[in-house]
Design a protein around this ligand. Structure first.
Ligand SMILES: [Zn+2]
Length: 269
């Protein structure tokens, strides 16, 4: 079985960076002030299975350590009204979930296996495959985090929630660093590969998710729009059509602004 989430620890700082830097920009070199108590903060992200909802497979130590890094960082950034559990489990399908009833975010091992198979179709380099799987896993985790925050804080979301939480995942990953941007591009690539593997029967017009190809372009648009001057290579053949690229600067600013505004009452410090 693959090592699932240990490297996610590195990305835990991404979440911290995006919320603290953009909401409370501080001069370089300043020591971060200790988090102030937010009276709304009555719970934490916890690693493991929620009471009464045991997993099908015990989590290994690496998975626990990886998720604990994420949980610790998120707990320093976001207020929660109750505990939310993060875990990796055997699900019987390649998927990931936020479940309101059990208050948990679950990533399925089968989904990680699917990501691995997909990326193996574009490179034989096992290190690259592993990195791309991890980047896509990060996108998945932050996507589910979006569902969770909409639920626990009763946030408004007009339009499709699935699209809204894709936007949250992307703006978190786009933390202003080259590695954050590279990770977002890798995660977008998974949607492109998935779309190329889809048959006509997979095109479910009633499904709540946008089609994989649309999710690829939407995500790439936010990446490009976060820094159009430096991302011209993302426009053109195999990338964003010029007609879409022209609006991505505004799309990125609006997505970023919307999520920061929605979450501002719940951001700690
Ligand atoms: Zn979703």
């Amino acid at each position: 079985m693959r090592k699932a989430v240990i490297s996610l620890f590195a990305y835990s700082f991404v979440a911290v960076a995006v919320f603290t830097v953009q909401t409370h920009a501080q001069p370089a070199g300043n020591t971060k002030a200790p988090a102030k108590a937010n009276p709304l903060d009555k719970g934490d992200f916890k690693v493991g299975f929620p009471p009464g909802f045991p997993g099908k497979k015990p989590m290994n130590a690496d998975d626990k350590a990886g998720l604990q890094g994420i949980a610790d960082s998120l707990n320093g950034v976001i207020a929660l009204p109750k505990n939310v559990y993060l875990n990796v489990d055997q699900c019987g399908e390649a998927n990931a979930f936020y479940e309101s009833e059990s208050s948990q975010i679950k990533i399925c091992y089968e989904l990680l296996d699917q990501f691995e198979d997909e990326f193996k179709t574009i490179t034989k380099d096992p290190v690259k495959v592993e990195n791309m799987v991890e980047d896509t896993l990060v996108q998945t985790l932050f996507h589910e985090l979006g569902h969770c925050l909409i639920d626990v804080w009763d946030l408004p979301a007009t339009g499709r929630e699935e699209d809204a939480v894709d936007q949250l995942a992307t703006v978190i990953m786009l933390d202003g660093t080259p590695s954050g941007q590279a990770s977002a591009i890798n995660a977008a690539l998974e949607f492109k590969i998935a779309s190329e593997n889809e048959t006509k029967d997979d095109m479910l017009f009633w499904d709540e998710h946008s089609f994989s190809a649309t999710r690829f372009y939407d995500m790439l648009c936010l990446v490009y729009g976060s820094n159009p001057q430096k991302n011209g290579r993302l426009v053109g053949a195999n990338g964003l059509p010029q007609e879409r690229a022209e609006r991505c600067d505004t799309e990125y600013k609006r997505a970023n602004h919307a999520w920061l505004k929605l979450l501002s009452p719940y951001i700690l410090n």
